[in-house]
Design a binder for this molecule. Structure first.
Ligand code: NAD
Ligand code: TDX
Length: 331
């Protein structure tokens, strides 16, 4: 099996590459990544070149993605602009990479008759009220931000290519990931590294927004399960019942890092901030028999904090520029 992983130098993509490398010694992995500010080749250090290759390329570059797809059996498509705050500030890279880029991936898959798994997010469904039922595979799309609108657009393209051209593809929509190699712009690593810098964690608005947390290793094992057992044309929700408000998550991080419970501050809210995401992940469990490993958020957070403490050299180069951007936004 020759697997092509777009966006494999990013957070979830690199966690997925490490899992495939461990579980499938007979598979050859090619990572295709343009190394935006969010991509980092250091995430992939130590992989044996006889089993792994890196291509620096942009999914919007028709010839480059065409050649890479021609040379594999299966594509797992992670590459995307991923940060909501950036999309509200500068939407174009999101339209380009998430929609135009996915179009180029789809055209290459169609031309060379390859299998595709498309990685999407729960944000495409918009947000939930406190008592609404969780998102499932039939929930209508209702995205709120330029990020989620472009991810929704990419999902629609994949569905259209399945129906109109008969490409062999599956889709998954996952909830909020955390774990090693996550960029310090995102909520959990930002708060861990702010505390390590001696500064207070920052809660947007009232801190009541709820996210459904899943460890990136569990997301990765779910994708592997879909590759191995998923039904062509199907969509799978991926989540581990990890709902927590911003306030609750900060309280846990402060406790695990030995700081007082009131060591945090409120900052400007995100415009259009989605209130709550929650995934009903029963289909992948009942139909494909997938089970997560990290069922205790506290333990997952503890190991993630340990990783950021042990890998300051990894996150240090991103930190200053990230906080300078937030300062501009008053966040
Ligand atoms: P990330 O920002 O950490 O990584 C994205 C990677 O894609 C980077 O390595 C970047 O260099 C690469 N990339 C971006 N544009 C590219 C382009 N035009 N051509 C080639 N490479 C490009 O993102 P992530 O958090 O790892 O998310 C990966 C995927 O998972 C995305 O599709 C995202 O929508 C989805 N997702 C993320 C989450 C989450 O909580 N982070 C949850 C559900 C789904
Ligand atoms: O400093 C912060 N303080 C804060 O309160 C940051 C960075 C965020 N927040 C809040 C906003 C959200 O309610 O925390 C929550 C999580 O924020 P992000 O880490 O920016 O994630 P989110 O907007 O929920 O989107 C993430 O999950 C779905 C990923 O970035 C997306 O790529 C994925 O699709």
């Amino acid at each position: 099996m020759r697997i092509l992983v777009t966006g494999g130098a990013g957070f979830i993509g690199s966690n997925f590459v490490h899992l495939v490398y461990l579980e499938h010694p007979d598979w050859h992995i090619t990572v295709f990544d343009s190394l935006t500010y969010a991509g980092n080749e250091k995430n992939l250090e130590g992989l044996d070149p006889s089993r792994y290759k890196f291509i620096k390329g942009d999914i919007c570059d028709e010839a480059a993605i065409d050649a890479a797809v021609a040379d594999c059996d299966t594509v797992v498509h992670f590459a995307a602009e991923s940060h909501v705050d950036n999309s509200v500030h500068t939407p174009w890279p999101f339209v380009n990479s998430n929609i135009v880029g996915t179009y180029q991936v789809l055209e290459a898959v169609r031309k060379h008759n390859k299998h595709l798994h498309h990685i999407s997010t729960d944000e495409v469904f918009g947000d939930l009220g406190p008592n609404d039922p969780k998102f499932n595979e039939k929930t209508p799309y209702d995205p709120s931000s330029p990020y989620s609108a472009t991810k929704a657009g990419s999902d629609h393209l994949v569905r259209a290519w399945i129906r109109s051209f008969g490409i062999q593809a599956t889709i998954s929509n996952c909830s909020n990931n955390y774990g090693p190699y996550q960029h310090v712009e995102k909520f959990i690593p930002r708060q861990i590294t702010e505390i390590m810098e001696g500064r207070k964690p920052k809660l947007y608005g009232t801190g009541e927004a709820i996210r459904d947390w899943i460890h990136a290793e569990d997301h990765s094992s779910a994708i592997l399960t879909i590759l191995e057992k998923g039904k062509i044309g199907e969509t799978y929700m991926v989540g581990t019942n990890g709902e927590k408000s911003g306030k609750e998550s900060i309280a846990l991080i402060l406790e695990l890092m030995g700081k007082p419970a009131d060591f945090y501050e409120h900052v400007n809210d995100r415009p259009g901030h989605d209130y709550r995401y929650a995934i009903d992940g029963s289909k992948i469990r009942t139909e494909l028999g997938w089970q997560p490993k990290y069922t205790d958020f506290r333990e997952g957070l503890r190991s993630t904090i340990d990783w950021y403490k042990a890998n300051e050299a990894w996150w240090r180069p991103q930190k200053e520029a990230t906080e300078a951007k937030y300062k501009e936004l008053g966040r």
